[in-house]
Write a protein that binds this ligand. Structure first.
Ligand code: AKB
Length: 315
């Protein structure tokens, strides 16, 4: 059967880079985006709508004969804290709608979890695959609940749903919105415009990060392996590199970009403090041969050239 892929949140930070990668792999007409944002950029098939609208999802699945869903639509950690009720409804009701459709129409699903599932009681260094999950944010609560819901649908209904826990994702094509790890993107835009950046995290706050190309690779890789290889049906730890604001600023300066950084912490500091410093991803490496390509130096080079391009297009 021909693959027909629905990407919810397809116009967002990850979606806007996943969609072209899927089109490249499976063909131009294989992807349909569902997003509540106004579409000003995507030339392919696009449905405007919200993932909490179950009927719309079901109608879209039937109309386009969807075989797989990449369900990316989600509120992140900071926007979640601003509106916990909305975070619950989008992140949990939205996921349940997708899983229900997957159960009825026998669809394969990718859904991203996050390092936000971890909390203050989790070991913070080389955080294990199986460990204490007591998040402090509503975003983390929805991700833990979502992981368990995915596992439940797999065990009870044999829905082939696969997941990875994204770390902070660093990209330049679209701006992220509402995350705690977003400083690792903002810093490049400021470094290349004013040369000054006021970071909302302390200089020594370590967090797991990943360049977008590796996040896309993990997403496509896990969906491509034989189902028998997937031994974790909650969500896999994946890791690339960890950095602090200070380390990232130093890596930027090493590329001959003068950057002055100050710090003014806010609520995001306490969220970051509850998340791991680094992640143990040996299970993903073992089960489906996960291997990142971008270290901090390569990421900084890509970001500097990408953000420079974006800024010169704007002027
Ligand atoms: C956030 O900061 O909220 C996200 C995440 C780590 O899931 N980038």
């Amino acid at each position: 059967m021909k693959k027909k892929i629905l990407v919810t949140g397809g116009l967002g930070q990850v979606g806007s880079e996943l969609v072209p990668a899927l089109e490249k792999k499976y063909g131009k007409n294989s992807v349909i985006i569902l997003d509540k944002k106004e579409n000003l950029v995507y030339k392919g098939l696009y449905v405007k709508g919200d993932v909490v609208n179950k009927k719309l999802i079901e109608d879209t699945v039937k109309k386009y004969k969807i075989t797989e869903i990449y369900h990316l639509a989600s509120l992140l950690s900071v926007t979640g804290e601003q509106n916990p009720e909305l975070a619950w409804s989008v992140n949990i009701e939205g996921l349940r709608n997708i899983l229900e459709c997957a159960r009825i129409y026998n669809l394969k699903v990718f859904w991203p979890s996050s390092i936000a599932v971890f909390g203050m009681t989790t070991p913070q260094d080389e955080t294990p695959q199986k460990t204490i999950l007591e998040p402090t944010t509503i975003y983390g609560v929805t991700k833990v609940s979502g992981e368990l819901l995915c596992q439940y649908y797999f065990k009870k209904y044999k829905v082939d749903v696969r997941s990875v826990r994204y770390p902070g994702i660093i990209s330049w094509k679209t701006l992220p919105g509402g995350g705690t790890t977003d400083y690792a993107i903002d810093i490049f835009w400021h470094a290349l415009s004013t040369g000054n950046y006021t970071c909302f995290l302390n200089k020594n706050t370590a967090l797991p990060m990943m360049y977008i190309d590796d996040a896309i690779k993990a997403t496509i890789d896990i969906m491509g392996v034989d189902a028998k290889k997937i031994t974790i049906r909650t969500s896999y730890n994946i890791s690339s590199f960890s950095c602090t604001p200070e380390l990232l600023a130093t890596a930027i300066r090493k590329q001959n970009i003068p950057l002055k950084m100050k710090h003014a912490t806010d609520i995001r500091q306490s969220i970051a403090d509850s998340w791991p410093n680094s992640i143990d991803d040996r299970q993903a490496k073992k089960d489906w041969k996960w291997k990142p390509v971008f270290d901090i130096k390569k990421t900084v080079k890509e970001m500097l050239s990408g953000v420079t391009k974006m800024q010169s297009n704007k002027n």
